[in-house]
Design a protein. Structure first.
Length: 276
């Protein structure tokens, strides 16, 4: 049975789950600055839940290319503010925090209860991250990235992107397993150190990553691989997002990380109906 363990709860992923994005950043590529006030954050949390998301992913440090530096203290302050509001108004909803810093992950878990740790660096930007999540036992989203957010899109190169991302997962999973940790979710890292062509090669071969035996998260919402290919803007990329989310579901994705929750939930319902 495909599931993750969060504190004393088991979250089933037998039916795909939608993860709604809550960015409390002034400079995220699509919705930066929209949800900074308490009223704005509460409204967004309510919207995510009412539209059918099963997880809320809170981001406090934009990882788009060229994003401004955010100190650990500021990131922790922003995350705490948002996670506290989720706990207050929708305590039943699992929370994920988007951070590559082990200190932030540890502090949020200690002060506000267990959360999923969504690490865009796959443990490459903080040497203490693996031992930290292993010690806490919370679900860990292991994402592939080539380089760092500052340089990842300068000139990404692979001999075989599918094979190399697979090798990255093999090595990283082995390190986590060696710590006695198995509460892992995989994310191929669409748009993180990849050209448009690399992203579509990974999408085409997505099923191969199911062989690792862990849940697969797909995050392509309004990304460059859509709007650059179609010569549109991120604001016009909802249709393309829904197309790729539907393809991802058919290929076996367990979690869709999205800005537009209602449309993703509808895609899940349609694909599940097709499967009977």
């Amino acid at each position: 049975m495909m599931e993750i363990v969060l504190g004393d709860k088991k979250v089933s992923l037998e039916r795909p789950v939608v993860m709604g994005i809550l960015n409390v950043t002034p400079d995220s590529f699509y919705d930066g600055g929209k949800y900074l006030s308490e009223i704005g954050v509460i409204k967004r949390i309510d919207e995510i839940v009412e539209q059918g998301a099963g997880i809320i992913d809170v981001g406090a440090y934009s990882t788009r290319p060229g994003a401004a530096f955010v100190s650990e203290e500021e990131e922790l302050s922003r995350l705490s503010f948002a996670v506290e509001l989720v706990r207050k108004y929708h305590p039943e909803v699992p929370v994920s925090i988007d951070t590559f810093r082990s200190g932030v992950a540890k502090e949020i878990n200690h002060c506000l209860g267990p959360v999923i740790v969504n690490d865009i660096s796959g443990g490459t930007m903080d040497d203490r991250m693996f031992e930290t999540v292993a010690g806490m036992g919370v679900p860990y989203i292991l994402m592939h990235i080539q380089g760092t957010p500052q340089d990842m899109q300068v000139n990404p190169r692979y001999d075989d992107v599918v094979r190399e991302v697979g090798e990255f997962f093999t090595e990283r999973i082995a390190r986590l397993n060696a710590l006695g940790f198995n509460n892992i979710i995989l994310d191929q890292g669409f748009g993180f150190g990849k050209t448009v062509a690399h992203n579509y090669q990974l999408m085409d071969k997505m099923e191969s990553f199911l062989d690792f035996g862990y849940p697969l998260l797909v995050g392509i919402s309004r990304k460059t691989m859509i709007w650059r290919l179609l010569d549109i803007t991120p604001k016009e990329a909802l249709n393309g997002t829904t197309v790729l989310n539907t393809i991802s579901l058919i290929k076996g994705a367990h979690i869709l990380r999205v800005h537009d929750v209602r449309e993703a939930v509808e895609a899940v319902k349609i694909v599940e109906a097709m499967r009977g």
